[in-house]
Structure formats: structure tokens, C-alpha cells
Design a binder for this molecule. Structure first.
Ligand SMILES: [Zn+2]
Length: 125
């Protein structure tokens, strides 16, 4: 994850981003995979896959800024980009797959714009 100071913080893949961030807000969260190219570490894959933060794809800018000074030659964007949306009908967060903007939990249509940061203020009836 990228903390609020723009620092890249890494943890093992099976750990939680929220724990890595000590429960604080973040600029970005997701998964990174490195590889060695001619003995130099490079970024092979990078995503915004974080079920703890469900970040928008726009957090790429923070990721690029955090990686650049490390000499890791990041790609030009997420190699795998996730679309998370909060359902306005039931309040649950859904990972949108294949551009199908329908809530996994209640079948309501999901907003086209990222809205996960919205607090759960919907009435569930
Ligand atoms: Zn729903």
C-alpha cells in the first residue's frame, strides 16, 4: 500500500492491507509482483486488488509516484485493474467483473463511478 506520505509499504501477500497500514487511510493499496530482469528488480504485475480498501483505479498515480524513486521501472498503469462499487440499495461493496455493474448481493444496478469511500448510509429494508 502507499501511505498518506506517499511511501510504499510492503507486506506478504496473504496479509491484510489494513494491517500493513496500521488501520490508517492510504493513497493506494493492491498487489505487487516483482521479477529480476538482468539482475535488476522490476515490477512484473501491479493491481489495485485490495478488499480491505477497495481503491479506485485512479490511485495509480500514487503508486507510480511511490515506485519511481525506487528505480523499479513501473509499468504505465495497473497490469490488473479492479472496479469496486458500493451498492446504493444494500450498502455492500461489489467487485465488478466483466464490466457487469450489478450488485452481487441484491442484483441492483451499481453506479458507473467509484463510490466506495461513501459511508454506509443507505437504509437496508
Ligand atoms: Zn446490493
Amino acid at each position: 500500500m502507499v501511505d498518506l506520505l506517499g511511501r510504499l509499504r510492503l507486506a506478504p501477500r496473504r496479509s491484510e492491507h489494513v494491517a500493513c497500514a496500521d488501520g490508517e487511510e492510504v493513497l493506494a493499496a493492491g498487489e505487487l509482483r516483482f521479477r529480476l530482469d538482468a539482475g535488476q528488480p522490476t515490477v512484473a504485475e501491479v493491481s489495485n486488488l485490495s478488499t480491505g480498501y477497495c481503491p479506485d483505479v485512479t490511485c495509480w498515480a500514487a503508486v507510480a509516484r511511490a515506485l519511481a524513486p525506487l528505480g523499479l521501472h513501473p509499468p504505465t498503469g495497473f497490469t490488473v485493474a479492479m472496479d469496486f462499487r458500493r451498492c446504493l440499495a444494500c450498502g455492500e461493496v461489489t467487485l465488478v467483473k466483466e464490466r457487469w455493474f450489478v450488485c452481487t448481493f441484491c442484483d441492483a444496478d451499481l453506479p458507473s463511478d467509484w463510490n466506495v469511500s461513501l459511508a454506509r448510509e443507505v437504509d437496508v429494508e
